[in-house]
Write a protein that binds this ligand. Structure first.
Ligand code: SF4
Ligand code: SF4
Length: 425
């Protein structure tokens, strides 16, 4: 993209040559085949809005909230027009004009205060069996009743009594000469806690000390995708200041989550486009932030260590999270590590978005998330793999739900969990 202002909707709209290359890959267009819910449709409307020719009314709100922010369009666009980023930006205007639904505000309030989140999730754990049927084997649960936002068919991540961060000391000495910090992400902290535990096992095997950075706050990706920029501002500034304090003592901040990693590494810089001092500070930290498989493969001997371990008979298929492959170029690293001990069978389109799409897509627009998720579930089923893996817990939540709805019985594991299992053998 040639122009300097990445959020200049008019310039972006003028650059679109209407070639249509983005249409066949667009996640929303594939489940709602209407020109207005396509990348070039969004861009056209945003250009009109910027020029004062389109009111941000309820209809426009509905349209702009229909994008999955999957970046499929950016990947194929000859001009690399950042449709996802300008939609993230306009959602802030939408939030200012229409407000944010009460349940989203309540959720974002929790994301701003980890102590409150700790209490809420502990209470949730205490009472979850009253309202939900627990499926412990896949860290999930179904509602026992149809609720306004949650239908009983809906599979959600189940809660843990104690979060990952509260289960361990902050400094874990593995007797090594190297040290990394761990940024765990909210789903990894409160729901899929085996990811963090597995990461600690791997660091122990590699004799690398771990700093769990217990003052970390949610990266704020859910708030960013919903237009709640006050939460983004507060959490991003807190995390940047906090990372700066310990940044010189560690080699890297490793993140076993594609969305959190992309938010910290890429979206913070975009978000701070109009706060140059903070943008500079976000940029300086970029070199320290890595997805876990990325850092483990390029900066340790883990691949060789795994090669010395036994082969596992299970077949694995790998799904590429949008925030890993398309945003950060990470796709070979998890495969290189997994393939040392497991047979990988690729699904027909590992790069296709799973259909998670953020909180609005998972609540008011769940019918779109459901429709986008079913083809991914069938793709996974066709491989006959025992395990589907992706380094992203938002994908995990969505894929588990889609597989449950499509009758696919494949188990989901983060690559970090598969690697730790291989090291135990
Ligand atoms: S691929 Fe890019 S230039 Fe072509 S229609 Fe889509 S947004 Fe416009
Ligand atoms: S980000 Fe995804 S859903 Fe949104 S316009 Fe682009 S391809 Fe379509």
């Amino acid at each position: 993209m040639a122009h300097e202002n990445i959020f200049d909707f008019s310039a972006i709209s003028d650059e679109c040559v209407k070639c249509g290359k983005c249409i066949p890959v667009c996640t929303i267009h594939n489940v709602n085949a209407d020109e207005v819910t396509s990348p070039r449709g969004f861009i056209d409307l945003l250009g009109a809005y910027h020029k004062g020719k389109l009111d941000l009314d309820a209809n426009a709100k509905d349209i702009f909230e229909s994008c999955f922010l999957c970046t499929n369009c950016v990947e194929v666009c000859p001009k690399a027009l950042p449709t996802d980023m300008i939609i993230e930006q306009v959602r802030s205007d939408i939030a200012k004009k229409f407000g944010i639904a009460w349940y989203k505000r309540a959720f974002f309030l929790l994301l701003r205060h980890r102590w409150l989140n700790d209490i809420a999730f502990k209470l949730g754990w205490t009472f979850q069996t009253c309202g939900f049927k627990i499926r412990a084997e896949i860290d999930s649960m179904n509602s026992r009743f149809n609720l306004p936002m949650i239908k009983s068919e809906r599979l959600l991540p189940s809660l843990r009594k104690t979060s990952f961060l509260n289960s361990h000391k902050e400094n874990i000495n593995n007797g090594g000469k190297r040290k990394v910090a761990v940024f765990i992400g909210c789903l990894g902290n409160y729901n899929y806690v085996n990811i963090g535990n597995s990461l600690l096992e791997i660091l122990k095997a590699l004799e690398i000390d771990a700093f769990l950075a217990k003052d970390q706050k949610c990266c704020s990706a859910p708030a960013y995708f919903t237009g709640d920029f006050d939460t983004v501002d507060a959490n991003a500034k807190h995390n940047i200041e906090y990372f700066e304090k310990f940044g010189d003592d560690i080699e890297a901040i490793i993140v076993p989550e594609a969305t959190c990693s992309a938010m910290l590494k890429i979206d913070y810089e975009h978000y701070f486009h109009d706060q140059p001092e903070w943008q500079e500070r976000a940029k300086k930290l970029k070199g320290k932030i890595f997805m876990a498989t990325e850092w483990l493969q390029h900066h340790t001997h883990l691949e060789h260590l795994l090669a010395s371990k036994k082969k596992d008979e299970r077949i694995v298929t790998y799904h590429d999270p949008c925030h890993a492959k398309k945003m950060q170029g990470i796709h070979q690293e998890p495969r290189n590590l997994i393939k040392q001990n497991y047979k990988i069978v690729e699904m027909s389109d590992p790069n296709a978005c799973c259909g998670f799409g953020g909180i609005t897509m998972q609540s008011e627009k769940y019918h779109f998330a459901h429709a986008a998720g079913i083809p991914k579930a069938h793709m996974i089923g066709q491989t006959k793999a025992d395990v589907v893996s992706a380094e992203c817990s938002a994908c995990r939540m969505q894929i588990n739900n889609s597989m449950s709805n499509a009758g696919v019985e494949t188990i989901f594991k983060n690559p970090i969990e598969l690697i730790a299992e291989a090291l135990r053998k």
